[in-house]
Design a protein around this ligand. Structure first.
Ligand code: MG
Ligand code: ZN
Length: 216
């Protein structure tokens, strides 16, 4: 929850951008590529990160994840169980990660030991859009189970991210969602300048294309 008084919001966002720039430079100085994964609870961010990381590790790329959640260590536990090195980052009350929380997490990581850092943002399609973290890419993950109106309802996050991913394609039919509707909304919103990638992290379909899109 970020409740701010009028005028304060600008300062908060300005301070965030400053720290985000520092995070970016810090990661670059260690040759690290990074991605911020945003999306609702249940969109499949954790599963997708695990799958992407598995593929990268098989190629000898060293990956670390930051698991952002309000409380608890569930996603962190899933990362560790999959063999992915991770740091848990609880926000306490906030429904989004900010650059300062990421800076604290980065201080717990041996930056020379990794080539890629994946950051899983808190499950939320609204305020993460406002808080850059200092990553190379910002990605929004949605799933077919969320219905076909996600792009129409959440313009900001789709405009503030570099690419979008439509996950759980394997069950689109079962939940009665036509992916073309979502893709067409995205095309209209972004003027065709950005791409939405369709995948099933669970079935490992379309995941390689996402790695290519992220330059990994
Ligand atoms: Mg998750
Ligand atoms: Zn928030």
């Amino acid at each position: 929850m970020h409740i701010v008084q009028p005028g304060m919001e600008i300062d908060v966002l300005k301070e965030n951008s400053k720290i985000a720039n520092e995070n970016f430079r810090l990661m670059k100085s260690h040759g690290i590529k990074s991605v911020d994964f945003m999306g609702s609870i249940g969109a499949g961010k954790t599963a997708l990160i695990i799958k992407l990381a598995e593929k990268l590790r098989a190629k000898g790329v060293r990956v670390c994840a930051i698991a952002g959640d309000v409380t608890g260590a569930d996603d962190y536990g899933r990362f560790e169980k999959s063999g992915l090195d991770a740091v848990n980052c609880n926000t306490g009350h906030e429904c989004h990660l900010d650059a300062n929380l990421v800076r604290k997490s980065l201080s717990k990581i041996d930056l020379d030991a990794y080539d890629v850092i994946f950051i899983e943002n808190v499950g939320n399609l609204v305020c993460p859009a406002d808080f850059a973290l200092g990553t190379d890419y910002r990605v929004v993950v949605i799933s077919t189970t969320e219905g076909d109106d996600m792009v129409r309802k959440h313009h900001d996050i789709f405009l503030h991210s570099d690419i979008a991913i439509l996950n759980k394609m394997d069950i689109a039919d079962a939940v009665g969602v036509d992916p073309e509707v979502i893709i067409e909304d995205y095309r209209k919103l972004t003027g065709g300048l950005k791409e939405m990638y369709m995948c099933s992290a669970r079935k490992d379909e379309g995941v390689d294309e996402i790695l290519v899109a992220l330059g990994l």
